[in-house]
Design a protein around this ligand. Sequence first.
Ligand SMILES: C[S@@+](CC[C@H](N)C(=O)[O-])C[C@H]1O[C@@H](n2cnc3c(N)ncnc32)[C@H](O)[C@@H]1O
Length: 251
Amino acid sequence: MLDGTASGSHGTQLLETEFGGHFVSFQGARTRYFDAYFAKAVAAGVRQVVILAAGLDSRAYRLPWPGGTVVYELDQPKVLEFKRDVLAEHGDSPRADRREVAVDLRDDWPLALVDSGFDPSIPTAWIAEGLLIYLPAIAQEQLFAGIDALSSSGSWVAVEEGRPMPDQVFAAKQKEERDAGQSGTFFTLIYNEQIAPAEEWFGAHGWHATATPLSGYLADVGRPIPPDDPDAGPMAAANSLVSAVKGAGSS
Ligand SMILES: C[S@@+](CC[C@H](N)C(=O)[O-])C[C@H]1O[C@@H](n2cnc3c(N)ncnc32)[C@H](O)[C@@H]1O
């Protein structure tokens, strides 16, 4: 997508999305960031992966996992079922031992994960992509604490996060959506909260964490977003891609 090879009808469709071309660049860039993250975790010997709020994440089917890798996918049952069925209809099958964990992340997901065979005694690579904005701060805290509690030394974590916007700006965005009869489209679906920047939270819990500002990463991959773009500019400026390794000197 970032290199322009997603052309033809699919590419055109993507570029014409109502979210606009910058959103496509953002999706492509974060996909590249997290793919590279998993490649590093796997190279370090990690063979247990947890995709939190997996949604339509197809990494279990797409990435070249070494033999013996187990990929746990957590999300709502209908989402997991939809993806499995659609990919099966297309003849795709997972390239790892893919295990679905149908659970609400505001409930006791660590228990559900362990009940599905997750082994907390071996290193894990976790990902929370496109998730934190859907959780209130208290649930973010529970999520981070759950990850930390289930992670042995040598585990990895990667998250995408955004600094909350000023309350008045968020309220105005929600009103705009409601007035347009589009409740539940985006701003009325998300929380404008953050328990703490992930680099700080994990750094304070024995992880070595590095935050990469999204705007810089987009520029690095050749898709800079003009800071004065009214919608995408503030989004890019507020978002970061963060990865961390537990008990390590570098990530
Ligand atoms: C924007 S999608 C991101 C999916 C995927 N991680 C990605 O980046 O493509 C958000 C996902 O979070 C899931 N989700 C949101 N809140 C959740 C919750 N409380 N429990 C479980 N899943 C949740 C939704 O079902 C959806 O699949």
